[in-house]
Write a protein that binds this ligand. Structure first.
Ligand SMILES: Cc1cc2nc3c(=O)[nH]c(=O)nc-3n(C[C@H](O)[C@H](O)[C@H](O)COP(=O)(O)O)c2cc1C
Length: 206
């Protein structure tokens, strides 16, 4: 019999703790996006979550060709790492998606990844929970509005839950997030909240 553990103030079963996936859309390993995603995952881990993390720059994910092969065959014509990533995504209930702001939008790596959702069975997405992490060089949180708006619409369309966005303005150098205790703490707190919230939804369902 599995033992129940008390974490973050409530009792959880070991099986409940699994499945949060971080996906980093910045080409800069160890930079601000990567660090923010790590901090959210660390917060969730404090509450018993088991996590994986993927750096898109380390995978080969080609842009969508709009050939519509996927609509006929149920899979993309391009044989790259997207299939492997989708397997990881299916196994997790929460996705921590990180992109730096590039020209008021997401990075090219991140956008290519999202565009490939076009060919994926929509059941893959239903019920998934999304946390965004968005660092930027500029000083105004409002610059993240296009990425947040885009994700609210995507979540609505695909039946996912937009949980929250951790927005980090003024992150000009590669180490800016590491040097900002308050930013790290906001990201960690988002990870903690995500696991508490998913437990509440689970209990509501039972
Ligand atoms: C190509 C490029 C475009 C950028 N565009 C913006 C922008 O529109 N607004 C902004 O505030 N910062 C912009 N930045 C700054 C990055 O968002 C910022 O440095 C971020 O912290 C980088 O995250 P990283 O360390 O994960 O790569 C841009 C940086 C690059 C390289």
């Amino acid at each position: 019999m599995q033992s129940t553990k008390t974490l973050c103030g409530s009792k959880i079963e070991p099986s409940e703790g699994k499945s949060i996936l971080g996906i980093v859309g910045s080409p800069r390993k160890g930079g601000n996006t990567d660090t923010l995603v790590d901090a959210v995952l660390a917060g969730a881990a404090e509450c018993g979550a088991v996590s994986d993390k993927i750096i898109l720059q380390e995978l080969s994910i080609a842009p969508c060709r709009a050939c519509n092969y996927c609509k006929k065959h149920g899979k993309c014509v391009q044989d790259d790492d997207m299939e492997f990533l989708l397997e990881l995504m299916e196994k997790s209930d929460t996705w921590v998606l990180g992109t730096p702001i590039y020209w008021w939008g997401p990075s090219a790596q991140f956008k290519a990844f999202i565009d490939r959702w076009y060919g994926v069975d929509q059941r893959t997405f239903q019920g998934k929970r999304i946390i965004l992490t968005i660092p930027m060089g500029g000083g105004n949180e409002h610059y993240a509005r296009h990425i947040i708006g885009m994700f609210k619409d995507i979540c609505n369309y695909l039946g996912m839950t937009f949980v929250e966005a951790v927005v980090a303005p003024g992150m000009n150098s590669k180490n800016s997030v590491r040097e900002s205790a308050s930013t790290l703490e906001s990201a960690r707190a988002a990870g903690i909240r995500s696991k508490k919230l998913s437990r509440v939804s689970l209990l509501t369902l039972l």
